[in-house]
Design a protein around this ligand. Sequence first.
Ligand code: SF4
Length: 495
Amino acid sequence: MQRTSGHIGERRRLASPYPLGIVAAQALRRRRFQPPPSQLAEIMAKSVYIRTYGCQMNAYDSARMAEQLGLYDYREVDEPEAADLVILNTCHIREKAAEKLYSDLGRLRPLKREREEAGRDFVVAVAGCVAQAEGDGVAARADLVDLVIGPQAIHRLPEMLARNARARGQEIDVDFAPVEKFDRLGPERAPSAPSAFLTIQEGCDKFCTFCVVPYTRGAEVSRPIAAIEAEARSLIEGGAREITLLGQNVNAWRAPAATRGIRANRDGSWGLGQLCRHLARLDRLERLRFTTSHPRDMDDDLIDAFASVEVLMPFLHLPAQSGSDAVLAAMNRGHTSKHYLGLVARLRAARPDIALSSDFIIGFPTETVSDYRATLGLVEEVGFAAAYSFKYSRRPGTPAAAAPKQVPEDEKDRRLADLQSLIERQRKAFNARQIGRALPVLFEKAGRHAGQLVGRSPYLQSVHAEAPDSMLGRIAPVTIVGLTPNALAGRLAAA
Ligand code: SF4
């Protein structure tokens, strides 16, 4: 693992008296899905319910936790009532994340009491960014919580469970240790859906003034090429045909160049464009995506990858956050609207069929009506296929939370409603333009109706079509014949 910049962060890990758990897990990773060693019998043959909030990076961490627990014979269940272990993998990006966590924990309390009265286990773990931000505050405020585990400590979940089974105390591990996390999780992945996530980068050094991520996920850190390639191979071996590379700032990824004829940067490094070229050579990988990108890190090579890497899908999520330069400066975004529009023009020149999505924050402190109109102007000018927009809400501890010029809530509501209706018009128009086109669709799962499968277009639209189950995990051309509120309806072009 290579740090791209910044510091790794504070260490608040409790020392582990049970190193055997680590050794056993490493051995098991080499022999995937073999029976667990007897030393870990305390945590065997149980069930886990994982609730994931937030972004794909949390979804990735949840999948990795489930895979780890699978090594110890845990099976995943769909409801907490059926579980011996409940993991709430939290997100801090939305307002009142902590309050939501405590109210969800409150709902688990009767279940925990019931199990205890019956003399049965019911272990409650809080993971993710709220765990990181609140640390031992979670355990102090909610005594039903047995484990508090930060996003960089998920590889230590089995040993925490083992310790908890022996000692029945509260375990807290919110260490920032991304290097250790990925080394210990290893590259092997469980059998995969046709579309899979692969985290290549964690953390953020950008310090946007509204965002808690630099505090909850730590500094930018890039995984090495060999580890990424090994995990990609494992995913493909397990059935993945599409891989989405993940990172809080995925295009900040950097690593020393690997060989095999892909030109390195002047400093001998590779960036994300080169990594895409490298992974595109993997057999049976048919689609590649990455998210989430920062406009500051969209370099020429990455833009060129959209022109030259066939498996790289023509769809990019590129958060703008605002169209006003004054607001962008107050947000500490490090880019202007002109820079953003320049990127869009270069991306479209490189890949004329590329579609874009974005994020916007409305009602950021100091945002005037004219700032807000500048955002509408940027959205009009770009024409997005989709975009997420939110009212600004304070995150405790971030600079913007203390800014004096907060925009009144009712004004934020009005601006947001306006912006969202513009975005919705653009989304519908984009979808309508697909009617009559034959889009390559990767079929991922059964649809609601018999004989129907659901897949994804290159632009991440959900597409429903009648198709045999044998098409699952395959890409086929689908002629788009209609629209539903959130999906496209299609017909197998070959049928
Ligand atoms: S770039 Fe800004 S919004 Fe994105 S994770 Fe970093 S601080 Fe948060």
